[in-house]
Design a protein around this ligand. Structure first.
Ligand SMILES: [Zn+2]
Length: 461
C-alpha cells in the first residue's frame, strides 16, 4: 500500500484597509503592485488557482483575505471556491476548512471573544463556500482545550496541530487522533510533521525535484503524513513554489504515494489513538503563546512593548463592551447574539437597521437604531484590534501594530459618535508606556502613542 500525504495551505492576509474609509492604501514595498495583497495574488493565489493546486490540497483561506479577493480579484476568488466544489463533487466532502475570523490568538482572548471569532468564521465560510465547514484552522495553531470545546459546540469536528503541541503515542503519523474534551466527548486532531513542513517553508531552494524528494521522504512509511504551512510559501515566499507544488500533486500512472485531503481521509480513517494537547502552545513560538503576549526570544531585542499594547487594548475592549451592554440592556434581547449575527452585515448580506430591529425587545426610534448600529459596528473594529500580526514581529513601528491601533481608533470614533463618550485620551495615555527602538536602528525610541498621533493625523484626516 502506498503511503498517504496531505498538504495543507494556510492562506491569510490581515485587514490592511484604512478602517475609516475601507480603502486599501498604496504600499510602496509592494511596487510595482498597489499593495501586498495584489502582489501576493499575482505571485501565489492566482497561479495556484489557475494550476488547479487548490483542488488537491487541503486549505483554509482567511475570511479577511477572501473578503478582499471577492472585492478586487473576482477570478481568483471564484476559482478558489470552485476548487472546494470540485472536491465535493469528486469525493463527497470539501477540501477547504474554516478559520476563526480575525486571526486572533484564541487562548489569549476572552471566552466571549473566542465564541464570536469562531461563530464569525463559521458564518463566513458558510456564506462563501455554501456549505457547513467540518474543520477549522486555529490562527498560529494556538490552542487550548476550552477553544477546542467551543469548536466542538459550533459543530466543527477537526483541527490541525503541530507535533510539538501534542503528547502521546504518535505511531499513526499525522493521525487523525482523538483529544478528550474537559466537558466530555472528543475532538479530532491531525498532527503536522514539523521538520518536513519547515523544510518546504524555508529550504525549498535546496530541493531540486520536489516529487523525488517527497518519494524519498515517504518511502517505507505507512498511514498519513501531513505537511501544513503558510499557503503563501507557494509562489510568494518561494518563487518556484507553484510549479513545485503542482509537481508534487501530479497524478502519475504508478504513484509511489497518494495525495489526500484531510476531510476525505477522516471519512475512511476514523481516529483510534488518543493524544493529549499541550495547552497554550502555537506553531511559531517555542514559548507557549508569549510571542503575542509578554514577548519572548522568538523576536530579538526588547519586546516589552508587547504586553503593554495588549493590556491597553484589553482595557479599551472592556470599556467599549461596558458601553455596549449599558446601551443595549433595555433595547436588545441578547446583545452578544446581535454581535454574533452582525457578521452578515459585514459581509454585505444583511442590512444593519433591519438586523437590529429583529433583535430589539422594544420598538426602536430611528435615533436609537442609528446609535446601536454604530455601537455594534464598533464591536467589529474592537474584534479586529486583536489580530495576531500586531504582536508577531520585533518592532513596534512596523505596519502591523499600526493596523490594530487604527482599528482601536475606529472603534473609539464610532463609540463617541454613538454616545458622546471619548475613550481616545485614556487609550492614548495607556499607549505611552509601549516603547521600542525604531526599526531603522537610529536608537530613537518610538511609543505606541506616537503611532496613535501619526494615524490621527493621516488616516483620520
Ligand atoms: Zn517565542
Amino acid at each position: 500500500m502506498t503511503p498517504y500525504v496531505a498538504i495543507h495551505g494556510h492562506f491569510y492576509q490581515p485587514s490592511r484597509e484604512n478602517p475609516f474609509t475601507g480603502e486599501m492604501p498604496r504600499e510602496p514595498g509592494a511596487a510595482p503592485y498597489h499593495d501586498f495583497n495584489a502582489k501576493i495574488t499575482a505571485e501565489c493565489y492566482w497561479p495556484n488557482a489557475e494550476a488547479g493546486n487548490f483542488d488537491q490540497i487541503s486549505f483554509n483561506a482567511g475570511p479577511t483575505l477572501m473578503s478582499w479577493l471577492s472585492r478586487y480579484q473576482a477570478a481568483t476568488y471564484a476559482r478558489i471556491l470552485q476548487a472546494d466544489r470540485n472536491h465535493v463533487q469528486k469525493q463527497g466532502v470539501g477540501n477547504a476548512i474554516a478559520q476563526s475570523v480575525h486571526h486572533t490568538i484564541l487562548p489569549l482572548a476572552r471566552r466571549r471573544d473566542r465564541i464570536t471569532q469562531i461563530k464569525w468564521g463559521v458564518a463566513s465560510f458558510l456564506h462563501r463556500f455554501q456549505r457547513q465547514p467540518r474543520g477549522m484552522w486555529l490562527p498560529e495553531l494556538a490552542v487550548d482545550l476550552s477553544t477546542l470545546e467551543i469548536l466542538s459546540q459550533r459543530g466543527l469536528s477537526f483541527t490541525i496541530l503541530s507535533e510539538e503541541q501534542v503528547r502521546g503515542d504518535l505511531r499513526a503519523g499525522a493521525g487523525p487522533y482523538r483529544v478528550r474534551l474537559p466537558g466530555g466527548g472528543y475532538f479530532v486532531v491531525f498532527v503536522r510533521e514539523r521538520a518536513l513542513s519547515n523544510q518546504l517553508s524555508f529550504d525549498m531552494d535546496w530541493i531540486s525535484d520536489g516529487r523525488r524528494w517527497l518519494e524519498a521522504v515517504l518511502n517505507g512509511r505507512q498511514g498519513l503524513t501531513l505537511i501544513a504551512l503558510d499557503g503563501e510559501t507557494f509562489g510568494h515566499h518561494q518563487r518556484r513554489g507553484v510549479q513545485f507544488l503542482s509537481n508534487i500533486l501530479r497524478n502519475d500512472a504508478a504513484p509511489s504515494y497518494t495525495v489526500v485531503t484531510l476531510a476525505d481521509y477522516l471519512r475512511t480513517h476514523p481516529p483510534t489513538l488518543e493524544v493529549e494537547v499541550i495547552e497554550r502552545t502555537a506553531w511559531s513560538c517555542n514559548h507557549g503563546v508569549a510571542r503575542w503576549d509578554s514577548g519572548c526570544g522568538c523576536t530579538p531585542d526588547d519586546s516589552s512593548w508587547k504586553p503593554v499594547l495588549r493590556s491597553a487594548l484589553d482595557l479599551l475592549a472592556d470599556e467599549i463592551d461596558a458601553i455596549y451592554l449599558y446601551e443595549t440592556r433595555r433595547l436588545i434581547r441578547d446583545p452578544w447574539q446581535l454581535v454574533d449575527q452582525y457578521i452578515d452585515v459585514v459581509m454585505g448580506i444583511a442590512d444593519a437597521p433591519a438586523l437590529i430591529r429583529e433583535h430589539a425587545s422594544v420598538d426602536l426610534t430611528t435615533g436609537q437604531t442609528l446609535r446601536l448600529a454604530r455601537l455594534v459596528q464598533a464591536q467589529v473594529h474592537r474584534q479586529r484590534m486583536f489580530s495576531s500580526c500586531g504582536w508577531f514581529f520585533e518592532k513596534l513601528d512596523r505596519p502591523e501594530p499600526r493596523y490594530i491601533i487604527a482599528q482601536a481608533m475606529c472603534a473609539i470614533q464610532l463609540t463617541r459618535r454613538a454616545m458622546g463618550v471619548d475613550l481616545g485620551p485614556d487609550f492614548r495615555c495607556s499607549l505611552c508606556a509601549a516603547r521600542c527602538e525604531e526599526s531603522l536602528g537610529s536608537a530613537q525610541v518610538v511609543t505606541a502613542a506616537d503611532l496613535y498621533d501619526e494615524l490621527a493625523a493621516t488616516i483620520m484626516a
